[in-house]
Design a protein around this ligand. Structure first.
Ligand code: FPP
Ligand code: MG
Length: 298
């Protein structure tokens, strides 16, 4: 049962954000500083909140999900650091502050991303080591970690990123655009929700309904991101807009136009909400999150 609001989950998460970064030797302190710089720069914390809320929705405890909530935010933050680098999207502003490589340089930013990724795996593996004498708890943790790693991996986010990079300055089919958006963005959202569900020992039906919710929310999320890059407020977003068009990126507005993209965002948001309609008020956090994200555009 979901007992907290989005902001309460976010606060709980942020209190523990740095807990799973290993103690780093003083000689490598720049690595720690650069990782912390991007982790603490802000961010909406959507993936960890979704993970913790899904865990409680299915009967688990948010506190027990913290290593996995932190892991997914570490992976997400690594992906932003690398995505912003000159060899990828070449952005100077993120989460309202200069991007990691602008402050620390390309070499350190690359390693900060690498470090965050390995810290994510370490956080999850270390948690699993605590449950060797409780096979059911261990099984749900192994399953949760797999959901996260799969969403982040070479058939998920990384696959989407290479397709995104290779689609620049080229004609992109609608099918390829969906593939990019689903893998690069939705798969991490799906991973967050399914990992939380696994940690909460979900039923098959809960897992199925939450997955349909996350698939629609995930795609809506990237369509929204595309629209905001065209007409969003730079100060509110904390990053420069107009980059997609300048870099000839494959986006929804580029292929369908703004009006059609907004219609698609509405349809996806409604479908996300509909997937959890049978849970009425119990799914309020998920429903209002979908609406809140869409309202950044409307
Ligand atoms: C913004 O998330 C991020 C996206 C919409 C996803 C874009 C995909 C990538 C950057 C993948 C990059 C992959 C690699 C392997 C480099 P958000 O709005 O939740 O950001 P916030 O955490 O700052 O709020
Ligand atoms: Mg990108």
């Amino acid at each position: 049962m979901i007992e907290r609001t989005f902001d309460e989950y976010r606060r709980l998460f942020e209190e523990h954000l740095m807990d799973f970064i290993p103690d780093i030797d003083q000689k490598s302190i720049t690595l720690y500083d650069s990782m912390r710089y991007s982790l603490t720069a802000g961010g909406k914390r959507i993936r960890p909140v979704l993970l913790m809320a899904a865990c409680e929705f299915c009967g688990g405890k948010a506190e027990e999900a913290l290593p996995y909530a932190c892991a997914i935010e570490y992976i997400h933050t690594y992906s932003l650091i690398h995505d912003d680098m000159p060899c990828m999207d070449d952005d100077e502003l993120r989460r309202g502050v200069p991007t990691n490589h602008m402050v620390y340089g390309d070499a350190v930013a690359t390693l900060a991303g690498d470090g965050l990724q390995s810290a994510a795996y370490e956080a999850m593996q270390r948690d699993m080591l605590l449950y060797f004498d409780n096979f059911d708890a261990l099984k749900s943790r192994i399953r949760a970690a797999y959901e996260i790693v799969k969403g982040a991996g070479v058939t998920g986010m990384v696959a989407g990123q290479i397709a995104d990079v290779e689609a620049e300055n080229k004609r992109c089919s609608k099918e390829l655009l969906d593939y990019i958006h689903i893998t690069k963005t939705a798969d991490m959202i799906i991973g967050a929700v399914r990992a939380g569900a696994r940690l909460g020992s979900c039923s098959d039906e809960e897992l199925e309904n939450l997955t349909v919710y996350a698939e629609n929310l995930g795609l809506a999320f990237q369509v929204c991101d595309d629209i905001l890059d065209v007409e969003g407020d730079q100060d509110l977003l904390g990053k420069e807009t107009g980059h997609d068009e300048a870099n000839s990126k494959a986006t929804y507005p580029a292929l369908y136009g703004l009006d059609e993209s907004k219609k698609k965002l509405r349809e996806l948001t409604d479908a996300a909400k509909e997937a959890l309609a049978e849970y009425y008020d119990n799914a309020e956090l998920f429903v209002s999150l979908a609406e809140m994200l869409a309202s950044r555009v409307y």
